[in-house]
Design a protein around this ligand. Structure first.
Ligand SMILES: CC(C)(COP(=O)(O)OP(=O)(O)OC[C@H]1O[C@@H](n2cnc3c(N)ncnc32)[C@H](O)[C@@H]1OP(=O)(O)O)[C@@H](O)C(=O)NCCC(=O)NCCS
Length: 177
């Protein structure tokens, strides 16, 4: 299972020792506003198991995002495409304490480059709730554009997306891995 490094992040596999920090991140109500609400410790453990299982089954997945300078877990960033999903998604979730520093964009850029360069994807999407302005902004900064609307777990979601050629012309990843 691959790890990546960006300027400030180590994108690596989750481990069980991440549980305390990950559970604290997903227990924070504001962070989870657009992700179904805060999650308890047991659900956080299942998230970690889900991320690792996705890697095993698909050969790619979400990474634990660790801040290189502190070694602290600051979120989860990477790729997901579980059964029934509308496409290969690049996704991001950053600890509330670390918002606004460009970390989701930095990790998302490396993830997109991995999707196109290593996984061999031709098109990548991001599924975003219409009111999640920060996430829409991250998608736009990565060169994704709004493609259509869909429904996710019974609620509206926007599909942002980009094709490999568009990402290459934006020179995604050239300075990030
Ligand atoms: C969405 C999220 C990952 C962004 O993480 P981040 O590391 O703060 O993102 P970045 O700093 O790379 O970029 C955020 C951008 O959104 C902008 N932004 C933040 N809040 C905003 C708001 N309310 N309205 C409009 N833009 C906003 C920032 O200004 C920044 O854009 P800029 O660089 O042009 O100034 C983070 O807010 C988060 O984890 N949210 C909860 C989980 C979540 O909703 N994940 C996405 C599910 S689709």
């Amino acid at each position: 299972m691959t790890s990546l490094e960006t300027e400030r992040l180590r994108l690596r596999q989750f481990r069980e020792a991440d549980l305390d920090q990950y559970a604290a991140i997903v227990a924070e109500p504001e962070t989870m506003t657009f992700m179904g609400g805060p999650r308890d410790r047991a659900r956080a453990w299942m998230d970690i198991a889900w991320c690792l299982g996705h890697w095993t089954l698909r050969g790619y997945g979400l990474w634990a995002a660790e801040e290189k300078t502190s070694g602290r877990l600051v979120g989860r960033i990477g790729l997901l495409n579980p059964e029934g999903w509308p496409g290969l998604e690049v996704g991001w979730l950053v600890a509330r304490s670390h918002w606004g520093r460009g970390l989701a964009t930095e990790g998302g850029r490396a993830s997109l480059a991995y999707a196109f360069g290593t996984v061999g994807a031709e098109h990548v999407i991001s599924l975003i709730r219409p009111d999640n302005a920060a996430s829409i902004r991250v998608a736009e900064k990565l060169g994704e554009t709004r493609e259509r609307e869909t429904e996710l777990f019974g609620a509206p979601a926007l599909v942002y997306g980009t094709a490999c050629a568009a990402a290459e012309s934006a020179e995604l990843g050239s300075d990030s891995i």
